[in-house]
Design a protein around this ligand. Structure first.
Ligand code: GLU
Length: 479
């Protein structure tokens, strides 16, 4: 069997979003699982809608996701160029071949004429399609129209009634070709239409598996017809289930939460995003949800892809993100957190790296995304975080003040700051004042951190210098 070759073929007409990122992930996982090649192809034949900016941001997001390609516009490879705008001559050559063999024909209909025809179909309640007007023009008519200055498009001639193929996810799929109508493969400006360039490139780039969204299912018969007419082998298609939002409607591309860049800026980890998106239309045999990249690669199989719609669930993604965060090694945690430390207004270089890493390790158990660390950074990186209004009464009540006062006395006496000396100090306050539970812990927590919730208090305590701790207690005692 020939090695697996898959491709991700984005059109650079916008940012990478959850839908096309999922497509990229499935192709990548399959390539990695089978020791195959993952090809990146930029489908920028629609010059008006494509932009260099979108292309750049898509490449950046793929890079961030860690979906390294084996061939592509930057990496290069044996089937270069991997950008369709640079392959015009290739499409022209194959279109000419179809014209010569009578499998395609020039179509002189203008935009306006086509629009009129479309309206007529709609009026009759029928699905609009090309009526075949230019199919049987004589050579003379063609010459006359060309002499009028009309530049023809090239249309594929559909001659079969029905077409079936075996989809890896959906099983046997059958289309009535009569409903498709002869379709354009080269526009009058010489640019290839998507269904033509995609089919030709899949063949020339030796792609043998195509994972893509279900919304492309209706394009597949056109691509199969082109491939067959040119005598190429067909790839195996796998049309992935539709992605829906929590309200069960189709996921909107423009929604902020479905943009990869937005997820990255919010402090989601690439591993967690890959994990969640891999579960949109696929599940492992053991039903597990948290998976590292290696586990995903080890478990991925097209047989376990499902036809039913998959829900993009930001709450689930947050949960997975928290799981991945907790498993980060200290070096990686620091590296990934630094931009968020800076974004919160602190200069990372002002702090000792080992200490900052301990601070982040302490905070990460209390957050789901890296952007959320900003809530707790002031506890460590400012002399005294302001006490939040809602928690202030804890330190103002009579008991609260007595607790803080007693704790300060104990703190003064401790030989060294550690989690151990913290619990000893608290224990001593408890027996002196006979207070326990919330009445004991809350005043200390609020005095030391400014709020009633947050990372484990003993750990916070152990990470701060004695003077800082004393200073915060004094602020409460002598406001
Ligand atoms: N350029 C197409 C898109 O971005 C690719 C579809 C395909 O995978 O064939 O939707």
């Amino acid at each position: 069997m020939s090695p697996v070759r898959v491709r991700f073929a984005p059109s650079p007409t916008g940012e990478l979003h959850v839908g096309n990122a999922r497509t990229a992930i499935f192709n990548w996982l399959y390539a990695r699982r089978r020791g195959g090649s993952f090809v990146l192809r930029i489908e920028d034949t629609d010059l008006e809608r494509s932009s260099a900016e979108s292309e750049r941001s898509i490449l950046e997001d793929l890079d961030w996701l860690g979906l390294n390609c084996d061939e592509g516009p930057v990496t290069g490879g044996p089937y270069a160029p991997y950008k369709q705008s640079q392959r015009k001559a290739v499409y022209q050559e194959y279109a000419d071949r179809l014209l010569r063999e009578g499998k395609a024909y020039p179509c002189f209909c203008t935009e306006e004429e086509l629009e009129e025809k479309k309206k007529l179909f709609i009026k009759k309640g029928a699905q609009p399609r090309y009526d075949g007007r230019c199919r049987n023009l004589s050579e003379e008519e063609r010459r006359r129209l060309t002499a009028e200055g009309r530049r023809p498009a090239t249309r594929f001639k559909i001659e079969q009634k029905e077409l079936s193929f075996d989809d890896l996810v959906r099983g046997n799929v059958t289309f009535n070709c009569e409903l498709i109508g002869d379709f354009i493969i080269l526009r009058s400006d010489g640019m290839a239409a998507y269904n033509f360039s995609a089919a030709v490139d899949d063949a020339l780039m030796r792609i043998n598996h195509v994972f893509r969204g279900e919304d492309h299912l209706s394009n597949t018969p056109r691509q199969i017809l082109v491939l067959r007419a040119l005598g190429f082998d067909l790839p195996r298609y796998a049309h992935l289930s539709i992605i829906v939002d929590q309200d069960r409607t189709k996921l909107k591309k423009r929604e902020k939460s479905s943009s990869l860049r937005h997820l990255r800026e919010e402090g989601f980890l690439a591993d967690a995003v890959v994990n969640h998106l891999a579960l949109l239309g696929w599940s492992p045999e053991d039903g597990g949800e948290f998976m590292t990249r290696e586990e995903l690669i080890g478990k991925f199989s097209p047989e376990r892809c499902s036809k039913s719609s998959a829900m993009y669930d930001i709450a689930k993604l947050r949960w997975l993100n928290a799981q991945h965060l907790r498993r980060l090694g200290p070096g990686r945690l620091l590296e990934l957190s630094l931009p968020f430390v800076e974004a919160a207004g602190f200069r990372a270089e002002d702090y000792e790296r080992a200490w900052l890493t301990s601070v982040l390790t302490c905070i990460r158990d209390n957050v789901e995304t890296l952007a959320e660390i900003k809530t707790y950074l002031p506890i460590f990186l400012t002399p005294a975080p302001p006490i939040e209004e809602a928690s202030a009464p804890e330190t103002r009540s009579e008991t609260g003040l007595r607790v803080v006062e007693a704790f300060r006395r104990e703190l003064e006496r401790v030989p060294a700051i550690s989690e151990q000396t913290f619990s000893e100090a608290v224990k001593s306050v408890k027996s002196q004042l006979r207070v326990s539970g919330k009445a004991l812990f809350m005043p200390i927590r609020v005095a030391l951190t400014g709020c009633a919730h947050g990372p484990e208090l003993a750990r916070i305590f152990s990470l701060l210098p004695k003077e800082t701790l004393l200073g915060r207690l004094d602020k409460v005692l002598h406001p």
